[in-house]
Ligand binder design. Structure first.
Ligand code: SF4
Length: 243
């Protein structure tokens, strides 16, 4: 079994409640959505090689030909895990659940907690990897971001993910409507009112800008009427200049 990977590297988590935790990141090519504010060049086949960091001064980075085998991916991840203490291994993208079988096979070969960063739309694929996953970071993509309605798919996904340590992240742009924010809150509350919701003001790029500060605070106030844990957290890795 093989997977198309963009990079394997060690860094600090830059978003959400686990911000700052040291992780090994495994970034996949490919996504089933096309969000307006996407910052990842993830088209399948666009990376002939996967960049694999080593944390060694004599050979800091290797180039591994794509597609990468399960064994090779696990070996590169495990090397980083042994070079420094890490909180977990984050499978990200793109949309990592397009590679659910690959993730399960890699997870069986490494000794670390598994953290899944997903757009929260591929419920059947989530079910395949769920036994191997410890933490689910689920994005909600409202129509103003995704260009289509994904509410039913998000709801089914969150119901499945709710047996794990899960939080939901909503990237707030100036285009996000009040109805979309309320729909997100209601969906989370219907599954479990104690699931944390992160409101993440978009990092300005490609014409996308965040709402004004007072609008973000108003959004948080309204969300806290139906949810117990709602946090405003911007992307931190861009501030620190790290990947
Ligand atoms: S789900 Fe994530 S990777 Fe996919 S298009 Fe949207 S922002 Fe980009």
């Amino acid at each position: 079994m093989t997977g198309n990977l963009i990079e394997i590297f060690s860094s600090a988590q830059g978003e959400g409640p686990y911000i700052g935790c040291r992780q090994v990141f495994v970034r996949f090519e490919g996504c089933n959505l096309r969000c307006r504010y996407c910052d990842t060049a993830h088209d399948v086949g666009s990376h002939a090689f996967c960049k694999a960091e080593t944390l060694r001064s004599d050979e800091p980075e290797l180039s591994v030909a794509n597609p990468v085998s399960v064994g090779d991916a696990a070996e590169h991840i495990q090397r980083l895990l042994e070079a420094a203490h890490h909180h977990s291994v984050s499978f990200t993208g793109g949309e990592p659940l397009l590679h659910a079988d690959f993730i399960s096979a890699v997870a069986e070969r490494i000794s670390a907690r598994v953290f899944l960063e997903t757009n929260g739309t591929l419920d059947n694929e989530l079910k395949k990897v769920l036994p191997f996953v410890d933490i689910v970071s689920m994005d909600v993509k409202p129509p103003s971001a995704a260009g289509e309605s994904l509410w039913l798919r998000h709801r089914a996904f969150l119901e499945t993910a709710s047996v794990k340590d899960v939080y939901v992240k909503l990237v707030a742009t100036a285009d996000l409507t009040e109805d979309e924010a309320l729909e997100t809150c209601q969906m989370v509350a219907d599954v479990r009112a104690d699931i944390p919701l992160v409101l993440q003001p978009v990092t300005p790029r490609g014409g996308c800008v965040p709402p004004r500060a007072e609008e973000l605070l108003r959004m948080q106030e309204r969300a806290l009427r139906v949810l117990r844990d709602v946090r405003l957290i911007p992307q931190a890795h861009t501030m620190m200049g790290i990947r």
